[in-house]
Write a protein that binds this ligand. Sequence first.
Ligand SMILES: C[S@@+](CC[C@H](N)C(=O)[O-])C[C@H]1O[C@@H](n2cnc3c(N)ncnc32)[C@H](O)[C@@H]1O
Length: 220
Amino acid sequence: MATSPMDKGFGQGSPELKRWAERVFAPEDDVLREIRERSVAAGLPAIAVGRMDGRHLEVLARAVQARRAVEIGTLGGYSGVCLLRGMPDGRLDTFELEPVNAEVARESFVKAGVADRARIHVGPAADKLRDIEGDGPFDLVFIDADKTGYPTYLTWAEEHLRVGGVVLLDNSFAWGGVVAPDSDGTRAIAECAQRLAHGGRWRATMLPTEEGLAFGVIVR
Ligand SMILES: C[S@@+](CC[C@H](N)C(=O)[O-])C[C@H]1O[C@@H](n2cnc3c(N)ncnc32)[C@H](O)[C@@H]1O
């Protein structure tokens, strides 16, 4: 039990609290459940964001009144639908390396009734992001793809978000690896945290989801 702010838990993994939050907030409706299940049935890895993470994305998109958002790492479209639900008048550009994943996402966007507001770019995000640079500035960038690419994607976000725009980086605890990074992926994620915490145009924090959602805002 925490006894003072210094030793308060952060990112606690209590199954009871998880069940409680999901019962109270009911973050996953039938549309999202169908996307999750169809993605796995199609052979995609079961690595979409968690149910409460999906709700975080929707609410954060609403909080910044996002109208132009970018997602790096589409998979089957689960998090993309959450983002689009958070911006009823907004558009999403989402980037996915694997054509088969993009096909599943395309169907997800149709089934969720958001296909007219979603554009899927297929190929390596570091290259394909150039295609939309003329459309900025953007309100929100969600990074959830190859971990070694995170520093490049963070630079892109810093250059293309408006003042007050936000970046969100999933898996920012690197499954514990940020404490003592020992691989290219964990070093890349730890580097992003350092940059968000200490550099550039960012004011940032960590949302203590199970996997860590780094959250930065562009300041003047
Ligand atoms: C964790 S999954 C994304 C999950 C998705 N955001 C969701 O919650 O529904 C990561 C995705 O990034 C894609 N990916 C990996 N490397 C990529 C790259 N260089 N460019 C674009 N997408 C990439 C993978 O194919 C995979 O579909």
